[in-house]
Design a protein around this ligand. Structure first.
Ligand SMILES: [Zn+2]
Length: 205
């Protein structure tokens, strides 16, 4: 198999930490993705440090502004509250991390095919602008590991990239790590039909 999106430990975006990947380029924001087999351990460890907010993930485009721990009926969260983790579970669908640095706001989305088609990333950016008066130039977007356009007929990378670009965001980081090409690290629903997931989480310190 040709694997152009195989994870390389010299990846300049994701730092490999044995049980999870960490993105360390946003000062003051913790961004992690649990690796294969470590979701529960990472979840427990996050919960011992701070409260975790999760969603029922119904593959929609609903994004909620949250400040209290719990499980919500949505696929995306926004918060400006420090010390709580936003979390989404995926295996091929794309976790999208957002950081608005001027007002210190974070967001995390579960962007699968349906959610992407319904414009979940555009919706999160719209709420940032409407509710927080965020300016696109202060917003950074990071794509977590997800199935690539070579392994799946729908291009999550390009369609989400386009949404962010259309909303005026220029700082869009896609480390191009494919779940299906890295089964030693991630789960791939398409490849394995597995019920297992990775946990992505973001927290404003
Ligand atoms: Zn791939």
């Amino acid at each position: 198999m040709n694997t152009p999106h195989k994870f390389n430990k010299d990846n300049s975006y994701w730092k490999f930490k044995d049980k999870y990947l960490e993105f360390e380029k946003w000062g003051g924001v913790e961004v992690i993705v649990s690796l294969r087999g470590y979701k529960k351990e990472i979840k427990d460890s996050l919960e011992s440090k701070a409260k975790l907010i999760t969603g029922k993930q119904v593959h929609g485009n609903k994004v909620l502004v949250v400040s209290e721990p719990g499980e919500y009926e949505c696929d995306g969260f926004i918060t400006n509250k420090t010390g709580i983790y936003l979390g989404v579970s995926t295996a091929d669908c794309m976790p999208v991390f957002i950081y608005e640095k001027r007002n210190k706001i974070i967001s995390l989305l579960h962007a699968g095919r349906k959610g992407t088609q319904e414009g979940i990333l555009a919706e999160a950016l719209r709420i940032l602008k409407q509710d927080f008066n965020s300016d696109a130039k202060d917003i950074s977007v990071l794509f977590g590991p997800a199935i690539c356009p070579l392994c799946y007929e729908y291009d999550l990378w390009e369609n989400n990239y386009q949404q962010a670009k259309d909303m005026g965001v220029t700082d869009i980081i896609n480390p191009e790590v494919c779940t299906a090409e890295n089964l030693d690290m991630f789960y791939s629903y398409r490849k394995e039909r597995t019920p297992e997931r990775m946990l992505s989480a973001i927290c404003l310190k």
